[in-house]
Design a protein around this ligand. Sequence first.
Ligand code: UFG
Length: 344
Amino acid sequence: MIERVLVTGGAGYIGSHIAVTLLRAGMEVIIVDNLSNASELVLDRIEAITGRKPLFYKADCRDKQALQGIFNTHHVNAVIHLAGYKAVGESCEMPLMYYRNNLEATLVLLEVMRDFGVDKLVFSSSATVYGDNVSMPVREQAPTSVTNPYGRTKLMIEDILRDVVEARPEALKVALLRYFNPAGADESGLIGEDPKATPNNLMPYVSQVAIGKRQKLSVFGGDYPTEDGTGVRDYIHVADLASGHLEALRWLDEVVDLHCCQPINLGTGVGYSVLEVVSAFEQVSGRQVTYEIVDRRAGDVAVSYADVTLASELLGWQAEKTLEDMVSDAWRWQQRNPDGYGRS
Ligand code: UFG
């Protein structure tokens, strides 16, 4: 039985939604986050949603002593590892910072888990590990390749985890969850995505245009081989993504195959173009989203969407929410928190 889960990076966008889901499932949640891209305010919001507050440690995962102290104090049954830098463009400018941070945090965490006998890990990987040479929908067996240092840290960590499981299969079981494009927010409007600077990702950018914080969206490329010429992605509601983590934990708890380091796609299996997202946002918000089609963004693929068969077979999980749900929840969060956690 999994009773107590440590979530690294648990105060961030995805982590906070996972905390809500686990608390609702009756689990105890311990968040470890250095708040480099998150706000402590999120803890009160999680409590407002669930009636329960996660335990919180402001600590960096690279701080071995801090992690040892936490594992010493609490009997942790499983870990969900989200902590890491995640901006593709920034990773191209500062590759060393990305390798140092993302790899070291994982290595330290794995050492401490080993020392304390914690044998279940869910890792936040990314569809970025499929690179741009695969046909869609993409299955987990597809060849991997990456186009930037951020993606490479995800792929390297997948490889590291495989080696660690291979060396001592009785000591660690791992689910490598390959996220497609997380979007939306908790339907309460209390927690959501809060980009510190200019958003890199489509959904928060569009919502800042709709609210009037930004003048117009640059649509990166109008000449892709897609129906309307713009890029197609598999957007998945962050609450669905969170429930995928809960099911992955339950699966790890039950699975008997001890050679287990299993990649699993988390997506909806459906792709939407940039212009379809823009139009869904305009409909839900009643606001105009001004846009301009500009050059393609370096490193972008034309189309990306998941084959979600494996998640359904192994975890009994599938995404339930629609693009409209994602857009209306993102819009509710944006309206109620125009400055994110900053001055709301
Ligand atoms: N887009 C725009 N304008 C913007 C932002 C995005 O047109 O201002 C387009 C992109 O070109 C793409 C789509 O919107 O077609 C989605 O772009 P995002 O930046 O939101 O997402 P990506 O698919 O590029 O990246 C996401 C994650 C990465 C991950 C990657 C690969 O953010 O962490 O998926 O799976 F690596």
